[in-house]
Design a protein around this ligand. Structure first.
Ligand code: C2O
Length: 439
């Protein structure tokens, strides 16, 4: 409820009560005021708002990185079909396991690499106006991330970054992308594995664990870095050739020329960054980002809108890769986008089970009923509600275990962001991006 209406009611009430001489009269006045306040509060409260619902109608040019961005989707004359996971996903089938890319070996690695190559070759060769083409994947993310879609009946543009829409939107974008890859490969079990850039150490498999990947994952996944394959994207950031680890402290202005920080500097900072994102960010609001309802304008300042992991690991990952991955209007045109976001999706899922805090998704109906549109593998437009995006098992998949203990067990020494790892007592200087762009 806007505080201006509350305070004007309170002021008027106080004035009326002061003007009423008799005690009984004042009590009556107080009761009237309270009822009045309650009615106004109900009418104006955010619960009376509506969820954000995407429509492609009225799409306009977006804006990002100091440029007008033209990314409206191709015209669609078909019917929009609701996604109903319970009907569409066969729950009697075993869950597909999204694995850590760096632990694929031997035949499995070879087969996976050649499947990606085959699938992206097909998607790259589709005409540019086919919503399933690599070209349209970039445009689609551009439209959702540069304000091309408008809230019906208003001129308020929508952005799925920097709010509670960030995780569910990207989960479902990956879900439909995976369906498309399965479709073009004729392989219903194909999965998008994850690039766990958060994992900076190789450790022995913990006793008692039957499966899992405990190898460091913080270099560019080789499967995506072979220029002879269709999943390869020319990336302008050359740090990857020098074998340097992912740097989670990259700033937007460094995205095409990141400083070559040595591993001794980068590794402790990455740990601290993951610790803050996953362990300090232990409430609904801090991890998932701000509420975002019909009528709300886009927040372009990430530090007020976004959740911890969106600002920290997610963005730097994009900028460290560089090239088209570093810009919101082009990032989804790099196949690596999906492996990067598969890790974000995994971290969101695992976040619920970490120790400490109050780790629940929003239960607000404006979150649960928010709606997106996605293209499926037959180029049919599908409507998805956030409430159907909250369970990975409900969507038919799960994740291989990886070495999250590495950053879970990191020990902070004070609340200013200086932290000390278990193995060293040197304070770590964590860099926060303070100026920002969507990616
Ligand atoms: Cu929509 Cu990694 O971003």
């Amino acid at each position: 409820m806007p505080s201006s209406s509350t305070s004007s009611i309170l002021l008027q009430c106080a004035a009326q009560m002061a003007a009423t001489r008799r005690f009984q009269g004042r009590v009556q006045m107080l009761i009237i005021c309270l009822v009045w306040l309650a009615i106004v509060a109900t009418l104006l409260s955010p619960c009376a708002a509506d969820p954000i619902k995407i429509t492609f109608d009225g799409c306009i040019p977006g804006y990002a990185n100091n440029k007008t961005q033209y990314c409206c989707p191709p015209k669609y004359n078909g019917t929009i079909v609701d996604l109903c996971p319970e009907k569409e996903i066969d729950s009697s089938k075993p869950l597909r396991v999204r694995k850590a890319l760096q632990c694929l070996t031997g035949k499995e690695l070879k087969v996976y690499k050649s499947k990606l190559d085959k699938a992206y070759m097909i998607l790259r060769n589709l005409p540019n106006n086919d919503p399933r083409s690599v070209y349209q994947h970039a445009k689609f993310h551009c439209a959702y991330g540069t304000g091309a879609f408008v809230q019906p009946g208003t001129n308020i543009t929508i952005d799925i970054h920097f709010s509670w829409l960030f995780y569910p939107f990207h989960r479902m974008f990956l879900y439909f992308h995976e369906r498309l890859l399965q479709h073009v490969l004729g392989d219903p079990d194909f999965t998008i594995h994850f690039w766990n850039w958060d994992n900076g150490a190789t450790v022995p498999q913990p006793k008692g664990s039957k499966s899992g990947c405990f190898k460091a994952g913080n270099v560019l996944p080789p499967v995506y870095n072979d220029s002879a394959t269709a999943q390869y994207e020319v990336r302008s950031n050359l740090t990857r050739f020098k074998g340097l680890p992912v740097d989670l402290s990259i700033l937007p202005e460094e995205r095409n020329n990141p400083p070559l920080r040595p591993a001794e500097v980068v590794l402790p900072r990455n740990l601290a960054s993951m610790y803050i994102a996953m362990m300090i960010g232990n409430t609904t609001r801090s991890f998932l980002g701000r509420e975002y309802r019909y009528g709300d304008t886009q927040v372009l300042d990430p530090l007020t809108g976004a959740g911890t992991l969106e600002v920290m690991g997610h963005a730097s990952g994009h900028w460290w890769v560089g090239g088209i991955m570093g810009f919101v209007e082009t990032s989804a045109g790099d196949p690596l986008f999906f492996a990067h976001h598969s890790n974000i999706d995994r971290l969101w899922n695992n976040w619920h089970h970490l120790p400490g805090g109050d780790r629940k998704d929003w239960s607000d109906t404006d979150f649960l009923n928010a709606e997106f549109l996605f293209w499926d593998e037959t180029a049919t437009l599908r409507r998805v509600k956030v409430k159907d995006a909250l369970s990975i098992e409900g969507l038919g998949y799960t994740f291989e275990t990886a070495n999250d203990a590495h950053w879970i067990n990191y020990v902070p020494t004070n609340s200013t962001g200086n932290v000390t790892s278990n193995s060293s007592s040197k304070p770590v200087d964590v860099h926060f991006p303070t100026r920002w762009n969507r990616v």
